[in-house]
Design a protein around this ligand. Structure first.
Ligand code: APR
Ligand code: PHB
Length: 390
């Protein structure tokens, strides 16, 4: 099999890259180890920055997004028994849209297949070869047989556990990382959201987040231990804990409903530099991870591939190598902005250390500063809705 750009991974990064390349007349093949059903139903992130919504709309993917996505103009912070709204749109002129990552993935798969795009599901990339030649090869396994995809370039969009990043030789890439001593228990519930905007709560018992997917479905998160066993969280315990951590506002109550899904996600900050080795270009979770507190993961993946698609178009249409050469440095500016913001939100909102009351006092002072200073609230807001330039 032969194509121009061989793409490993059908998450938001790989699929969006394939779509953007198609719009510019560049061919690609996407290899995805899981089934179509699996990738379309995996519950992941849910917040799109204004820039991501604009990008999806410009690429012709806005129809269902604008109809079903929930546009939010603020978020709420709860701490020390108080509630404060950060009026993001008033402060920045921009908004976010709540729309599940799996919905973005469904829209992208539908658009690629309708345009005759090639996505091979249950095709597991096992090895990349010839990356330092002008004809790299992705070796993949499908139906128990090993096959080859020959291409001009490989885009490694295969997430944190993928094979692409590991194809660069030892010492070629530098890793920067931090793990946090907690995880999130994520819950999807058939319960009408009891809030109209996302609520980020700082509580002595740990962080909680109230998000949503639709007028009928709530998406909730609780800070838990990094090695937490989901089995220790029967539904009643989840609701009781959410009630305690979120009920900082008199008269407010949680809407309960049946829990459809629960899972534990570790929290990690991770960046690999550069985002390129020879003819391998890395994008999305394959090359950087943020803790979910800043809601940046999916947005970074989309921003990476928007740059990469422009760079490939420069190469194929105009014989320009400079955009490909500059891809990593340009993308990393946004990546590190998001790294800082996600680390800052995470540090401000979680219970960091049970034995350090000083830490808690500083967190409360930081939250109160956001709540009372227009300048500081604007800093949070402009990062949250996404900075146009970084
Ligand atoms: N061969 C083929 N596909 C692979 C391989 C492999 N060896 N390894 C992993 N994959 C696939 C995974 O099954 C997954 O579908 O690569 C895809 C990577 O997709 P994502 O993990 O969704 O990563 P990305 O597209 O970068 O999107 C980042 O995902 O985890 C969230 O918060 C994160 O929102 C962010 C988004
Ligand atoms: C989500 O809705 O899944 C979500 C929202 C905000 C976050 C993280 C996740 O910070």
């Amino acid at each position: 099999m032969r194509t121009q750009v061989g793409i490993v991974g059908a998450g938001p990064a790989g699929l969006m890259l394939s779509h953007l390349l198609h719009l510019r007349g560049i061919e690609s093949v996407v290899l995805e180890s899981r089934s179509r059903d699996h990738v379309e139903h995996r519950v992941r992130a849910g917040v799109l920055e204004q820039g991501s919504v604009d990008l999806l709309c410009r690429a012709g993917l806005g129809e269902r997004l604008l109809r079903e996505g929930l546009r939010h103009e603020g978020i709420e912070l709860r701490f020390a028994g108080e509630s404060h709204r950060v009026p993001m749109t008033e402060l920045t002129g921009r908004a976010i849209t709540v729309y599940g990552q799996q919905e973005v993935v469904k829209d992208l798969i539908a658009a690629r297949l309708a345009a005759g795009g090639r996505i091979l599901f249950e095709a597991d990339a096992v090895r990349l070869a010839g990356l330092d030649s002008d004809s790299p090869v992705v070796h993949f396994r499908r139906d128990g047989r090993e096959e080859e995809l020959r291409c001009d370039f490989v885009a490694g969009c295969d997430g944190f556990h993928g094979v692409s990043r590991r194809a660069a030789p030892e010492g070629a890439l530098t890793t920067y990382e931090r793990t946090y001593p907690f995880a999130w228990l994520g819950v999807l519930a058939a319960a009408a959201p009891a809030v109209t905007e996302l609520v980020y709560a700082h509580h002595d018992r740990g962080f909680a987040l109230y998000s949503m997917r639709s007028p009928e479905i709530s998406r909730l998160y609780l800070q838990v231990a990094p090695d937490e066993d989901v089995a220790a969280w029967p539904d009643e315990r989840i609701w009781a804990e959410l009630r305690t951590r979120l009920e900082t506002v008199p008269g407010w109550s949680l809407t309960e409903g049946s829990i459809l899904e629960k899972s534990v996600t570790p929290m990690r900050s991770f960046v690999v530099e550069p985002m390129r080795w020879k003819r391998l270009f890395l994008a999305g979770d394959a090359v950087h991870i943020v803790p979910p507190t800043g809601a940046k993961g999916m947005n970074l993946a989309l921003a990476d591939v928007a740059l990469l698609a422009d760079a490939f178009a420069g190469w194929y249409d105009r014989g320009r190598a400079d955009l490909l050469a500059g891809y990593s440095a340009t993308a990393l500016r946004r990546v590190w902005r998001a790294q800082h913001f996600s680390w800052w939100m995470t540090s401000m909102l979680h219970r960091l250390d049970r034995d350090d009351p000083y830490e808690t006092k500083v967190q409360t002072a930081t939250l109160r500063y956001v709540a009372t200073s227009r300048a500081y609230a604007t800093s949070l807001a402009e990062n949250y809705v996404g900075m146009p330039e970084v």
